[in-house]
Write a protein that binds this ligand. Sequence first.
Ligand code: FE2
Length: 256
Amino acid sequence: MSDPGPLRILHLTDAHILPDAGARFYGIDTAASLRTVIQAANRRRYDLVLFTGDLAQEPVAESYRRLAGICTELQAPCYWLPGNHDDPVLARSILGATPLLHAPVLHSGAWLIACLDSTLPDSAGGSLSARQLELLNRTLNGNPERHTLIALHHHPIACGSAWMDTMILDNAEEFLRILQRHPQVRLVLHGHTHQAADAATRGLRVLGTPSTCIQFKPASTAFALDTERPGYRWLDLGRDGSVETGICRVAASDST
Ligand SMILES: [Fe+2]
């Protein structure tokens, strides 16, 4: 039998889609920027897309419809989870009628992917509810043999920007303690910080990914935009649990 090779993941995050065509968010047409990022990503092969929240900037039906329209250009199934700018109930209702998928647990070959909802109503910060933590515990206890990737919107370790770290996952300690008990967990993938990050904590690898639109300046005391380009992360997940990953940013001429 031929080697199926790694599971190739495309990670997109923080699209901040607006309801009106041509509308801009900090000077960027977020829909056009997402389209450009997807077109750039389509030069690679990928098996699965993970979209880790802030799908919409204004969480109204038309924002999600526009998102779904742009995502028809994706070349593999796309699973989304909500961010603090989203309305999870509305997003489920609108996107449920589109090819975009929402599932707490995915199995693909040797890998398990857990997609958590870290949103808190009316808050930019994040928290995992008792129900989400119970789901996580149960999933990890029931699948010790599967290499595992955990995806969520909020960052579980400080990113180093004081203003952004006020909006960190507030029960990260409890979350990380659960993961530590399960050596099959290979990595945590998050959005929210609008910047690339590759950190290690307690034997876990924690990866952050640029937004598909605006970028936040790293190591900032107060809110500040960066001049980095929008982008995406690619991950090749090996059957042996290995992880290869990198960031690709779209060329300046691609997105304006
Ligand atoms: Fe965001």
